[in-house]
Design a protein around this ligand. Structure first.
Ligand SMILES: *[C@@H]1O[C@H](CO)[C@@H](O)[C@H](O)[C@H]1NC(C)=O
Ligand SMILES: *[C@@H]1O[C@H](CO)[C@@H](O)[C@H](O)[C@H]1NC(C)=O
Ligand SMILES: *[C@@H]1O[C@H](CO)[C@@H](O)[C@H](O)[C@H]1NC(C)=O
Ligand SMILES: *[C@@H]1O[C@H](CO)[C@@H](O)[C@H](O)[C@H]1NC(C)=O
Ligand SMILES: *[C@@H]1O[C@H](CO)[C@@H](O)[C@H](O)[C@H]1NC(C)=O
Ligand SMILES: *[C@@H]1O[C@H](CO)[C@@H](O)[C@H](O)[C@H]1NC(C)=O
Ligand SMILES: *[C@@H]1O[C@H](CO)[C@@H](O)[C@H](O)[C@H]1NC(C)=O
Ligand SMILES: *[C@@H]1O[C@H](CO)[C@@H](O)[C@H](O)[C@H]1NC(C)=O
Length: 890
């Protein structure tokens, strides 16, 4: 053991020693500082002995020998330096501890990092087989907690900029039981399950224990905990943003998981990035098989368990056996799936679920191959199971629609269930359906294949029930209508609505809007809202020329809009809501009353409404100049909007949206903001239309997530498009797209240049390279104010940040658009490619087994960002055809 040794934190490299002397000459304080400053690296011949440590350059992590509680054995490990609770995150010689203080850590003459127990007794080595022994190598403890072995000449730059790409060896690639931010966990189906993390044997024995944590790379990948006898827990499938079997993990913007796109060898990598990189955070697998995510709480000085898996009984792997469902809310928690019964009823009733359930009736296709007599030749069908953690061991195949996916399942008798998720996945199960859990919120829909008779019973009864209900209902309604008609004059005073047919021949009656504007201040404040005329159907028919096609102004997400003219000459726009809402007339009326109260100069005014049977109509003021898309995307008309006007339009939209989001009592999320929904009055002032309609259709639904997607391709935020999660920030995203469209005169729908597939990527690149003049509409190059323009683009880019949390909110948008000063945050590049690339690989990977996670576009494309972009436009298109109703009047 030659050379200098690390000595009680004394600086020991030549350079540091020199500075030590210089500093000690300068002042006492400097020398103390210099003395207390520990090294973060060792080179060949230098030693770390018991009691000595390396400390990463910012003092976050510390490396040295430690002994677990109640143990005299010594291990080399890494722990947090700056916190009071000793938390070991990595152990080098976990299988071969050193028994006394003689152990040292050093870089040996063959270049490896080694732990020695006495001269030349290597108990642990980084184990690199150098083809040619490097002249010198250095081990550096990085601030992420990564111990890196690299060529000595690279050591300084690596510890300065954190780039460890040319290292020989990294502890992050050989983790023990802990995941730290910055680590990458490999997902490679050719390489199989990656049990990257192995628990300690007990809380004070770091040797490898009985449990491991890692990734099952079957597409789509999952996180799994393995015990000695197999799986103990799994996260559910990764959908590109979240793990679908962790219901609490509902929102993409709270979780920092990412899956990178495939590299040349087909590997992808999971990473986790905390929201705030200065927070200490880790995941580890405990010695007892529980996975924990811990965050350090600086105020209480302790680790907080952020989540723990398995958390509940139903999270335990395959708790209820095959073809059964575990539901935490039920008692008992296990039940057989519809069409199945317990395999061994005695055991089942005793609460021994291990044998699971079996089919009541064989499938038709099984009978055909002669298993047993069954169902008289009637087709097998599918029963929908909502809100579940999908079974394990799926076969991923590609399909563009739910029907295609179903056909693929029906084609193969061994297919027992399928799931089709929002256009991107078709999963089939040929294995038994195991580890299915029912969630109170969240979860996906599983279609279970059943014989006709098992399928029928329930739906036959309910059909009969529905028919009877409908017949009785129709009869009662008929009688009621007849009575009303017969005695309508006598009942006049009892109408819930006051008739005013004399003065307003077009309106049947007027709804008194007595609810006060509780939230409003200033000029809008009044005792009650405006009364809302209820138009009768025939007058609307007359006004719109019996809804003639010539009168169609446009098709919105909720139905066609007709132009109409009232006898007095007033022009109106009539929106005919084509989709059925589940609401009755009264609920609809209430909803309209509320919407009618939303009044702002940048919102289109609602004049009244009309209900006729299933037909529901909203009557708006007519906007002579039509919608914004008609101007900005039209080569001839776009010149009419100079920069000043466009800036006013942007500000107007922002204020209208701010009003919807914050200042109105309802706090409405628009959900379909787009150029076609911005109308222009005679002075070209923008007015947002179609607000609040989403609410009519979802009045009592969970406001956070909905199956009925509204929205338009090109304007949908990633989290909305992928998961149906909408929030104020989804509107902000749409606003950002709209803003960039107004400035560039290009539409994001179908946008394509040789380099970019979305307007966002295009805009970011031009902005980033300082070439905004090439980005903007040529018509406004002469009139624009560079200052306003740059601010606008930056605000736009800040609105379309991929992560909702990074986006501005509307109050800030309005403030920043109007403020003169700079000081705006810098937008991040459109997307860290990663997540989307990975899903892309699912959608393009064919074959029933494990599709190759290497879509050609991911490797052949030039710009990684546009790899993502091309994927996004393709993906959203396919959703558009399936679930998303946008502008097609459905
Ligand atoms: C260490 O041993 C003592 C006495 O046997 C015991 O009370 C204590 O819980 C042990 N500590 C740990 C961490 O196991
Ligand atoms: C190291 O590599 C050399 C040449 O590549 C090979 O001959 C040798 O067996 C390897 N040693 C070990 C321990 O793997
Ligand atoms: C979700 O999280 C909340 C609070 O963090 C917790 O109370 C609840 O039990 C969790 N639900 C599930 C299903 O884990
Ligand atoms: C991150 O956390 C630190 C310490 O808690 C805090 O000072 C800082 O403002 C946070 N940064 C962000 C962006 O939230
Ligand atoms: C690990 O497995 C061994 C042998 O099967 C057993 O004795 C021990 O109790 C297990 N440890 C834990 C923590 O389950
Ligand atoms: C393992 O230990 C942790 C913390 O001590 C505890 O929260 C968890 O419930 C334990 N898990 C099992 C399976 O006993
Ligand atoms: C549970 O049932 C299975 C078979 O159905 C049986 O082999 C096993 O012994 C039972 N376990 C208990 C604890 O009764
Ligand atoms: C049916 O699916 C199973 C499992 O995926 C597969 O092994 C078998 O070849 C398929 N049969 C046909 C006829 O496609």
């Amino acid at each position: 053991m030659l050379g200098a040794s690390v000595n009680g934190g004394m600086p020991f490299t030549g350079k540091n020693r020199a500075s030590f002397f210089v500093f000690s000459l300068l002042s006492v304080w400097s020398s103390l500082f210099s003395c207390s400053r520990a090294a973060n690296s060792i080179s060949r011949g230098q030693l770390v002995r018991a009691g000595e440590t390396l400390i990463s350059s910012s003092g976050i992590f510390e490396l040295g020998f430690f002994s677990p509680a109640n143990s005299s054995l010594r291990y080399v490990g890494i722990w947090y330096h700056k916190i009071s609770v000793k938390t070991v995150v990595w152990v080098a010689n976990r299988e071969s501890p050193v028994s006394d203080e003689s152990g040292v850590l050093t870089v040996s003459s063959d270049g490896n990092l080694v732990v020695l127990d006495g001269p030349d007794r290597t108990v642990w080595s980084s184990g690199i087989n150098f083809s040619s022994v490097p002249t010198s190598s250095t081990a550096v403890l990085m601030d992420e907690g990564n111990l890196v072995l690299l060529a000595s000449e690279d050591a300084d730059s690596a510890s300065a900029d954190g780039d460890v790409s040319n290292s020989y060896w990294q502890s992050f690639e050989h983790p023990t039981d802990t995941y730290l931010p910055g680590m990458r966990v490999r997902v490679n189906s050719a390489a199989g399950e990656n049990r990257a993390f192995r628990s300690w044997r007990s809380s004070n024995d770091p040797s490898p224990g009985n449990f491991s944590l890692g990734v099952d790379p079957r597409v789509p990948p999952q996180i799994v905990i393995w015990g000695q006898s197999g799986r103990l827990w799994r996260s559910g499938h990764w959908n590109g943003l979240i793990f679908t079997g962790v219901p609490n993990m509902t929102s993409s913007f709270q979780y920092g998981f990412r899956l990178s796109s495939a590299e040349a060898d087909g590997s992808m990598y999971f990473t986790y990035t905390p929201l705030n990189s200065s927070h200490l955070l880790m995941f580890h697998i405990l010695w007892n098989g529980t996975e924990e995510q811990l965050g350090w709480d600086e105020t209480s000085n302790e680790w907080i368990v952020l989540q723990e898996q398995p958390a509940k009984e139903c999270d335990l792997y395959n708790k209820c056996g095959q073809f059964a469902i575990c539901n935490e809310m039920d008692s008992p928690k296990c039940s057989c799936m519809e069409g199945f019964r317990p395999t061994s009823p005695d055991q089942w009733n005793k609460g021994n679920w291990s044998a699971g359930c079996a089919r009541k009736t064989n499938l038709q296709c099984q009978d055909n191959i002669g298993i047993s007599a069954g169902d008289g030749g009637r087709m097998d069908g599918f029963l929908e199971l909502d809100g579940v953690k999908l079974p394990d061991f799926a076969d991923y195949v590609s399909a563009t629609s739910g029907d295609e996916c179903q056909v693929k399942c029906l084609e193969n008798c061994s297919c027992k269930a399928y799931t089709f998720v929002r256009g991107t996945w078709c999963m089939l199960w040929s294995a038994d359906l195991i580890d299915v859990q029912h969630f109170a919120v969240g979860g996906l829909t599983l279609q279970i294949r059943l014989a006709y008779s098992d399928l029928g019973t329930k739906s036959k009864i309910s059909n009969l029930f529905i028919i009877i209900t409908v017949l009785v209902g129709a009869f009662v309604l008929g009688v009621a209508v007849w009575l009303l008609w017969r005695f309508k004059d006598n009942l006049k005073g009892f109408w819930i609505f006051n008739r005013k047919d004399k003065e307003l021949p077009l309106c049947d009656y007027i709804v008194k809007n007595e609810e006060p504007y509780a939230d409003m201040s200033g000029p809008d404040k009044q005792a009650g809202g405006p009364d809302i005329p209820v138009f009768n159907f025939s007058s609307i028919e007359a006004a719109t020329n019996v809804f003639s096609e010539e009168n169609i102004l446009g098709l919105g997400g909720f139905g066609p809009v007709y132009k109409g003219k009232l006898p007095g000459g007033q022009e109106i726009a009539v929106k005919r809501l084509s989709r059925k809402s589940s609401q009755g007339v009264e609920e609809f009326t209430n909803e309209v009353k509320v919407i009618a109260k939303l009044q702002h100069r940048n919102l289109v005014r609602l004049l009244g409404f009309c209900v006729q049977g299933e037909d529901k109509m909203l009557v708006y003021e007519y906007m002579p100049n039509g919608s914004l898309d008609y101007f900005i995307f039209d080569p001839a008309k776009r010149a009419q909007l100079d920069w000043k006007k466009r800036f006013e339009i942007i500000e107007g939209i922002a204020r209208g949206l701010l009003y919807l989001h914050r200042d109105s009592r309802l706090r409405i999320v628009h959900r379909d903001l787009k150029a076609g929904n911005i109308l222009l009055d005679e002075d070209m002032n923008p007015k947002i239309s179609d607000f609040g309609i989403a609410k009519i259709f979802n009045g009592d639904k969970n406001e956070l997530s909905t199956e009925r997607m509204v929205g338009t391709r090109g304007y949908m935020s990633p989290e909305y498009a992928m998961e149906g999660l909408f929030s104020f920030k989804s509107d902000v995203y749409s606003f950002g797209v709209l803003l960039l469209e107004i400035i560039s005169g290009e539409t994001n729908i179908g946008f394509r240049t040789p380099e970019h597939f979305t307007l966002i990527g295009h805009a970011w690149h031009h902005w980033n390279e300082g070439k905004v003049m090439e980005l903007i509409d040529p018509c406004i190059r002469d009139t624009c104010s560079a200052d306003e323009l740059l601010r606008c683009i930056q605000v736009g880019l800040l609105c379309v940040q991929e992560s909702a949390i990074d986006r501005l909110d509307m109050p800030n948008v309005v403030r920043l658009l109007e403020s003169e000063t700079a000081g705006l945050p810098l937008p991040k590049p459109p997307r860290s490619i990663s997540t989307r690339g990975s899903i892309h690989s699912y959608s393009s990977g064919e074959t029933a087994g494990l599709p190759s996670p290497k879509p050609p576009s991911l490797t052949s494309n030039t710009g990684s960002m546009d790899t993502y972009s091309s994927f996004e436009s393709q993906e959203i298109e396919s959703w558009n055809g399936v679930t998303v109703s946008s502008g097609d009047g459905r």
